[in-house]
Ligand binder design. Sequence first.
Ligand SMILES: NC(=O)c1ccc[n+]([C@@H]2O[C@H](COP(=O)([O-])OP(=O)(O)OC[C@H]3O[C@@H](n4cnc5c(N)ncnc54)[C@H](OP(=O)(O)O)[C@@H]3O)[C@@H](O)[C@H]2O)c1
Length: 235
Amino acid sequence: MSTSSQTILVTGANKGIGLEICRQLARLDHRVILSARSSERGQKAVADLAREGLKVEFLQLDLADESSIQAAANDLKKRFKALNVLINNAAILETWGGTILDVTAAELRDTFITNTLGPILLTQALLPLLKAGRPARVINLSSQLGSIQNMTDGWASYGISKAALNAATRKLAGALAPHGISVNAASPGWVRTEMGGESAPLTVEKGAKNIVRLVTDVPHTLTNHYLEENGEIPW
Ligand SMILES: NC(=O)c1ccc[n+]([C@@H]2O[C@H](COP(=O)([O-])OP(=O)(O)OC[C@H]3O[C@@H](n4cnc5c(N)ncnc54)[C@H](OP(=O)(O)O)[C@@H]3O)[C@@H](O)[C@H]2O)c1
């Protein structure tokens, strides 16, 4: 492990962009903690990476469950002295992309709990570890669909949850700046994963690279931004 190696937690990392972020960061010799809500799926992802010669560590973490967030934070505190980067990647997308007039209470609630509340509570719970790892970063996986300026009518609960995550990003950026912790929202682009679907133009490798560059290429001092590959997205 090199001296520039950072300790990095990625949520929802048993598949899709999260798994590929872990793969790319492990190749760069960072100490990667791959978390997943299912121990079985998460351990399988860890084993798959091990077969590629990449060592990552596993953490069970369900973002929709407050007690799981607390248990995971306690587990991490026992296993690690500090955390340099938290990548809030886990999210859900409702199965039907209807408008605000059709969205159900259950969809709104479930999507908000996983996509917005989870990252806020996890950041709070990991604050002692992030403070110990400063200059530290929190990267919230957002989406073009979360831009209030560009808000369209489809995927209502997802768009609302990501707009609220953007708002949380700004509040966290303000609150954590005095502690040497930057907080940014970032879109990976439209990526071919289970969530993005087969028509998406970007490979999972490219989508993950768009997030990994925020760890490797962006200064620690950059905070309170909403970024994509080619610059800024309007909030
Ligand atoms: N793909 C795109 O085009 C695109 C575009 C813009 C933004 N994004 C964002 O990029 C991130 C990754 O998306 P993706 O395309 O890789 O999605 P994905 O393939 O559907 O993967 C989502 C991951 O999140 C996990 N997850 C869902 N609910 C969870 C919970 N309660 N606790 C812990 N993990 C949970 C899933 O675990 P299970 O396997 O257990 O379900 C899975 O590992 C998301 O934040 C998404 O909003 C994606």
